[in-house]
Design a protein around this ligand. Structure first.
Ligand SMILES: Cc1cc2nc3c(=O)[nH]c(=O)nc-3n(C[C@H](O)[C@H](O)[C@H](O)COP(=O)(O)OP(=O)(O)OC[C@H]3O[C@@H](n4cnc5c(N)ncnc54)[C@H](O)[C@@H]3O)c2cc1C
Length: 364
């Protein structure tokens, strides 16, 4: 089929890789650059945290999340990413005065899924065996079946793969105004396809009037003094943070963004993505002073050597979400819309897309 994908952020890319495998011809529309650096999919920490997300999410997120974790290895292979998946689990900790946060966290999880009963609590000795530099924390949970996709590597490498494929036509810097079954409207043009996918994230507000943005700010830190190997979350009554190690930094990412930017990993240093705020707003302006103070004080409290880390980049973006914070698939004849992946895009996209395809284009 001759297919259009409108919006080539996270969902658009996972869709494209799936559809190419089935032998379709694709036209990819994005209002921004094909490198995807304006997409929420680029800002994301890429955590695959079906258990930890249950603290605030419904158990359906857990089910899709587990399925996505089975699908990611192949998707990354299709995208040409061979070093972008880590499945070593997550550490959840809190300061001594906030131990009730840890107890509340585990109770919520255990009330939602039976698998959470197996989550192990670690004392400081067990924690230091797993993560030697976090041994000063007296208690933690180890969610062994979690992981992370290196979101920036996925975006960078998929750009290259989707650019080299002869079955793809790119229409980047092309803002689509309206989508109808089999039709894409942009500028003065209307183009016809056998099927159209709407994966514009927050850009689909012209169609979904209940879609909202949830602003998230992250810091990229580099340090040669901190050595944490697993995504680590600090629970706190006011600001919860995560620290996600990125083993490879920008290495091998052949993006204009990387060539021009000042981000270069100093020898011996390791990159960490620290985030993220969650603010009800569509505002994508730079990181605020308040958020900087909160995120950076919290990261310093997890490991004092972060005090000497270098801030190499900050990113802000907005997660596309509906009122119930659940993803939505709308399939009709010759048109599929996928949206509302909120803070779970990496966790959900492969499984949601599998469902959308099987109930839509592949059902015909
Ligand atoms: C700070 C932050 C941290 C996150 N961390 C995680 C995490 O750890 N784990 C996780 O699972 N998820 C995480 N997420 C969530 C995840 O990034 C999103 O759920 C996901 O990116 C949504 O995918 P999407 O394709 O719908 O939207 P996007 O990735 O935003 O892609 C939308 C694309 O559509 C294009 N577009 C928009 N309007 C138009 C138009 N009119 N015409 C043409 N193109 C258009 C945009 O340019 C963009 O490229 C995080 C998000 C943020 C902001």
């Amino acid at each position: 089929m001759n297919i259009a994908i409108v919006g080539v952020g996270l969902v658009g890319r996972v869709l494209a890789l799936n559809l190419l495998k089935d032998g379709h011809t694709l036209t990819l529309f994005d209002e921004s650059s094909r490198e995807g650096i304006d997409a929420a999919g680029f800002t994301a920490a890429g955590m695959l945290a079906p258990f930890a997300e249950l603290e605030t999410a419904e158990s359906v997120i857990f089910d899709y999340g587990k399925r996505s974790m089975e699908l990611w290895p192949n998707i990354l292979k299709e995208a040409g990413v061979y070093d972008g998946l880590q499945l070593k689990g997550t550490i959840i900790t809190a300061h001594p005065q906030d131990i009730p946060e840890l107890e509340h966290f585990i109770t919520s999880l255990r009330n939602k899924v039976s698998e959470a009963k197996e989550i192990k609590m670690l004392d400081s000795q067990e924690l230091s065996e797993l993560e030697p530099e976090l041994g000063h924390h007296s208690k933690a949970f180890y969610l062994k079946d979690e992981g992370q996709v290196d979101a920036q590597r996925f975006m960078a490498f998929s750009t290259n793969t989707l650019t080299m494929d002869p079955n793809i036509t790119w229409k980047d810097y092309t803002k689509v105004d309206k989508i109808e079954p089999a039709k894409v409207f942009y500028g003065d043009e209307v183009e016809e396809f056998d099927w159209v996918f709407d994966s514009r994230g927050l850009g689909a507000k012209e169609y979904f009037d209940d879609l909202r943005g949830v602003r998230g700010e992250v810091f990229w830190l580099e340090s040669s003094e901190v050595n944490i190997s697993r995504p680590t979350r600090l629970l706190h009554p006011r600001y919860k943070i995560y620290i996600v190690p990125r083993e490879n930094g920008c290495e091998g990412m052949d993006l204009e963004y990387c060539k021009e930017c000042k981000i270069s990993q100093a020898p011996g240093s390791k990159r960490y993505i620290v985030g993220a705020t969650e603010i009800e707003s569509d505002d994508r302006s730079p990181v605020s002073v308040r958020s900087s103070l909160e995120l950076l004080s919290a990261v310093f409290s997890v490991h004092p050597s972060f005090g000497e880390a270098r801030v190499v980049n900050t990113e802000t973006n907005c997660r596309p979400a509906f009122k119930d914070n659940l993803p939505r698939i709308e399939n009709s004849e010759k048109l599929t819309r996928i949206n509302g992946l909120y803070r779970h895009g990496y966790l959900l996209a492969p499984a949601i897309i599998e469902k959308a395809l099987s109930e839509g284009i592949n059902k015909e």
